[in-house]
Design a protein. Structure first.
Length: 257
C-alpha cells in the first residue's frame, strides 16, 4: 500500500523557517519532519511513498536526489575520471515518487493530481507536518474491517494551558498539566482510502477536508480510528521547539524505529 504525503503548503504560521524551506523540510533533530513521518510508516513495513510537492518543491527534490549519497561512506577518485565508490550505506529501502502538484493547489486537488501513481489501489494519506505514535498496522486492519471507503485517524488534543482542580470552596486541590481540551475529536491525518475516494475529488481548488470528506461522511463511508496516544502537528515555532526537545531528551513518542 502506497503512502501519500501532502508536502506542498506554504507553512505561513511557522514563517520564521518556512520562508527558507518548505514546512516538511523543517528539521527535528537534524532531520526534516518529513523524514520522521516516513520513518513512522517504514517502521511498519510501508516503504512506497508518493509526495505531493508545491511550495519550494526543488528543496524536497534535491534532498532525495542526494539522500542515498548522504547516508553512505563514499570515495571520490578524481584520478580515474571522477570515479565514485560507495562502500556502505544506511539508507532506508524506500521508493519515493515526487510529484509537483502546483503552487496554489488545495489538499484535495493535490491528491487528485497523484492519482496516476496510485495504481487504482487502496492508499494511505497524511499531512507532511504532524507526527504521532499511531499504530499503522492496526489502522489499516481497522479500515479493512470497516468496509468503508475512507478512515481518518482522530485524536483529542491537549489544552494549551495547565489547569487547576478546585474544591467547592475554591481551594486548590491539584495541578493538571495541559489536560485534554474540550472533548472533541479532531482530524489527525493518517488516513486510509479506497481508490473510489479519488472520484470524490474535483479540480485544484478542491479542499479535501470540506466537500469530499463531508460527502463521504454524509454517505456513511467515513469512519474514525481513535488514537489515544501521542500526536503533535508542527504549526508554530513553539511546536517545533517542543518536538525538538522531545527528540533531544530521547523521549520522542513517535520514534517507533
Amino acid at each position: 500500500m502506497k503512502v501519500v504525503i501532502l508536502a506542498g503548503g506554504f507553512g505561513t504560521r511557522i514563517s520564521e523557517e518556512s520562508h527558507l524551506k518548505p514546512k516538511p523540510m523543517i528539521e527535528i533533530g537534524g532531520r526534516p519532519i518529513l523524514w520522521h513521518i516516513m520513518k513512522i510508516y517504514s517502521s511498519y513495513g510501508f516503504n512506497d511513498f508518493v509526495i505531493c510537492l508545491g511550495y519550494k518543491a526543488y528543496s524536497i527534490k534535491e534532498y532525495f536526489a542526494h539522500y542515498f549519497l548522504h547516508e553512505a561512506d563514499v570515495t571520490f577518485d578524481f584520478r580515474s575520471e571522477n570515479q565514485r565508490i560507495v562502500h556502505s550505506h544506511t539508507a532506508e529501502p524506500w521508493q519515493v515518487t515526487l510529484v509537483d502538484t502546483g503552487l496554489e493547489t488545495m489538499t484535495g486537488g493535490r491528491v487528485k493530481r497523484v492519482a496516476p501513481y496510485l495504481d487504482n489501489q487502496p492508499f494511505m494519506l497524511t499531512y507532511g507536518d504532524g507526527v504521532g505514535n499511531v499504530n499503522i498496522r492496526e489502522l489499516v486492519a481497522y479500515h479493512t474491517r470497516s468496509g468503508k471507503l475512507a478512515t481518518v485517524t482522530t485524536t483529542q488534543p491537549s489544552g494549551k494551558f495547565g489547569a487547576l482542580n478546585l474544591s467547592d470552596d475554591d481551594q486548590v486541590l491539584s495541578f493538571q498539566e495541559k489536560p485534554k481540551g474540550d472533548g472533541h475529536w479532531i482530524n489527525a491525518g493518517f488516513f486510509v482510502m479506497q481508490p473510489e475516494v479519488l472520484g470524490y475529488l474535483g479540480d485544484d481548488s478542491t479542499v479535501l477536508e470540506k466537500e469530499p470528506l463531508e460527502r463521504l461522511a454524509a454517505g456513511g463511508e467515513l469512519v474514525a480510528f481513535k488514537h489515544h496516544g501521542f500526536w503533535q502537528p508542527m504549526d508554530t515555532l513553539r511546536d517545533k521547539n517542543h518536538l525538538e526537545e522531545l527528540w533531544k531528551d530521547g523521549t520522542a513518542p513517535w520514534k517507533l524505529w
